[in-house]
Design a protein around this ligand. Structure first.
Ligand code: AMP
Length: 396
C-alpha cells in the first residue's frame, strides 16, 4: 500500500481543518444514540486538533436519507461529542450555503463546528465536483478519518481531497491501515484467518486473497456447506450455493497447492427451521438428515478451532460461525469470539456482523483491533485498494 501523510506530518496550528469523520451511528426513534463507538473512535484526531488550537470543521453522513430529513440530523451527535470533549460543538444548519460559510469564517481557534448530514445533498453520493469544491473551500487542511466510507467514491472522501491540500490521514484511518498491514502485509506467522458468514459468493474475493497470505484458513458459517457438498456429501437442507460447487473445489485445490491448511467444521448444531423454537441436535458433519439445516458450528468444531489457533501469531476474523442472531445458534460464534479474544496472537476482526457479534459476546476490549468499517475492511481483505486513501498526499 502507498505510504500516505498523516495528521502528524502537517502544521495545523490555528488553521481551519476540514475533517471527514464517520459519525454514522445508530439512532432510535426518540433521537437517542444507541451506540457511540464511532464517535469515540474519532476522538484521538479531534483532541489532537484541539490541542493544536486548530479551527475544526467536522463533516459526516448519517444513514441514507433521501433529501433533507430531520430524522437523520447529526444534532444528537453534536451533543454527544460535546460531552466527550467537554466543550461546545456548534451545529451548522446545513453542510453548504451562506449561513454555513459565515459559521466557518467566524470559527475561533480551538472551536468545533459540525456540518449537517452530507447526504441531505445528493452531490455527496454522486461525487459531485461543485458540491465538493464548496466543502473544500471551508478548510486549509483536509483530514480523512472516515474509514467506514473509504471504499466509496463519494464527494467528501474522494473528491474534496483533490481540491484541498494538504490532504492527510487522521489517526483512526492511520490505525485501521496500520493494523491491517501488520496482520496481512507483514504479519508474524503463522497467520490464521477465520471466515464465516452466509455465502461463498460474497466472500469469494476474500477467500482467494487470503489463500495467498495466510497459513491456515478456517471456514465456518453457512459457507462451509457449499464446500462439504462439493466433497460429495449431503448437507440436508443447509444453505448451499450449487452454482459455486466447482469454485469450491477449485478453492480446495488452490489451498493444497499453496500449502494453506484449510479447515471446515466437523460438527454442527442443526435445526429444522431458522427459529428459536425449532428443535435442535448436534451431529457430525457427515450426518445432517434430510429436512434439517446446519445453523451453527458444534462444540467439537470449537475445540478444533482452539487447536488451529493455538500456535497462531496473527489471527484475522470476519463473519459469524452460525445464525448468531438467535439464542439457539449463537454459541459457536460467541465461543469463537472468546477463543480469539483469549489468544496471545495479534488479533484483528471486522466486516459486516463481526463487530456486532464481538460486542454481544462481551469480548470487545480483549481483541487487539476491531475495525470500524464494514465494507471498507472487506475491501482490504479482498486485496483491493481504497479510493479515498489513494487521493491523499504521499509521504515524501
Ligand atoms: P455475512 O454478511 O456474509 O458475513 O453473513 C452473515 C449472516 O450469515 C448472519 O446474518 C448469519 O445469521 C448468517 N449465517 C451464518 N451461518 C449460517 C448458517 N449456517 N445458515 C444460515 N445463515 C447463516
Amino acid at each position: 500500500m502507498p505510504r500516505k501523510k498523516s495528521l502528524r506530518d502537517v502544521d495545523v496550528r490555528g488553521r481551519r481543518v476540514l475533517v471527514r469523520v464517520d459519525f454514522n451511528v445508530p439512532i432510535d426513534d426518540q433521537g437517542n444514540i444507541v451506540d457511540d463507538i464511532r464517535i469515540r473512535a474519532s476522538l484521538p484526531t479531534i483532541e489532537y486538533l484541539l490541542d493544536s488550537r486548530a479551527r475544526i470543521i467536522l463533516m459526516s453522513h448519517l444513514g441514507r436519507p433521501k433529501g433533507r430529513d430531520e430524522k437523520y440530523s447529526l444534532a444528537p451527535v453534536a451533543k454527544r461529542l460535546s460531552r466527550f470533549i467537554e466543550r461546545e460543538v456548534k451545529m451548522a444548519p446545513d453542510c453548504v450555503g451562506e449561513e454555513v460559510r459565515d459559521m466557518v469564517e467566524s470559527l475561533g481557534e480551538g472551536e468545533v463546528l459540525l456540518l449537517e448530514n452530507l447526504r441531505f445533498h445528493e452531490g455527496e453520493t454522486k461525487g459531485d465536483e461543485n458540491f465538493a469544491k464548496e466543502l473544500a473551500s471551508y478548510g486549509e487542511v483536509y483530514v480523512s478519518d472516515a474509514f467506514g466510507t473509504c471504499h466509496r467514491k463519494h464527494a467528501s472522501v474522494y473528491v474534496v481531497p483533490r481540491f484541498l491540500k494538504p490532504a492527510v490521514m487522521g489517526f483512526l484511518l492511520e490505525k485501521e491501515i496500520n493494523y491491517f498491514e501488520r496482520a496481512m502485509i507483514n504479519p508474524q506467522r503463522p497467520v490464521v484467518a477465520v471466515l464465516g458468514g452466509a455465502k461463498v459468493s460474497t466472500k469469494l474475493g476474500i477467500i482467494k486473497n487470503l489463500l495467498k497470505r495466510v497459513d491456515k484458513l478456517f471456514i465456518g458459517g453457512a459457507m462451509a456447506f457449499t464446500f462439504i457438498r462439493a466433497m460429495g456429501y449431503s448437507v440436508g437442507s443447509s444453505l448451499v450455493e450449487e452454482e459455486l460447487i466447482d469454485t469450491a473445489l477449485d478453492i480446495l485445490d488452490i489451498a493444497k497447492k499453496l500449502e494453506v491448511k484449510l479447515y471446515l467444521p466437523v460438527d454442527f448444531v442443526i435445526g429444522q427451521e431458522i427459529s428459536d423454537s425449532t428443535p435442535t441436535k448436534v451431529v457430525p458433519w457427515q450426518e445432517i438428515p434430510t429436512g434439517w439445516k446446519g445453523l451453527d458450528i458444534g462444540p467439537v468444531s470449537v475445540e478444533l478451532l482452539k487447536e488451529v489457533i493455538s500456535d497462531a501469531q496473527t489471527i484475522v476474523w470476519n463473519g459469524p460461525m452460525g445464525v448468531f442472531e438467535l439464542d439457539r445458534f449463537k454459541s459457536g460464534t460467541f465461543e469463537t469470539a472468546k477463543l480469539i479474544a483469549q489468544s496471545s496472537a495479534l488479533t484483528i476482526a471486522g466486516g459486516g456482523d463481526t463487530d456486532h457479534a464481538i460486542h454481544k459476546a462481551g469480548v470487545y476490549n480483549a481483541i487487539d483491533f476491531v475495525s470500524t468499517g464494514g465494507g471498507a475492511f472487506l475491501e482490504l481483505l479482498e486485496g483491493n485498494s481504497l479510493p479515498c486513501l489513494e487521493v491523499l498526499d504521499d509521504k515524501e
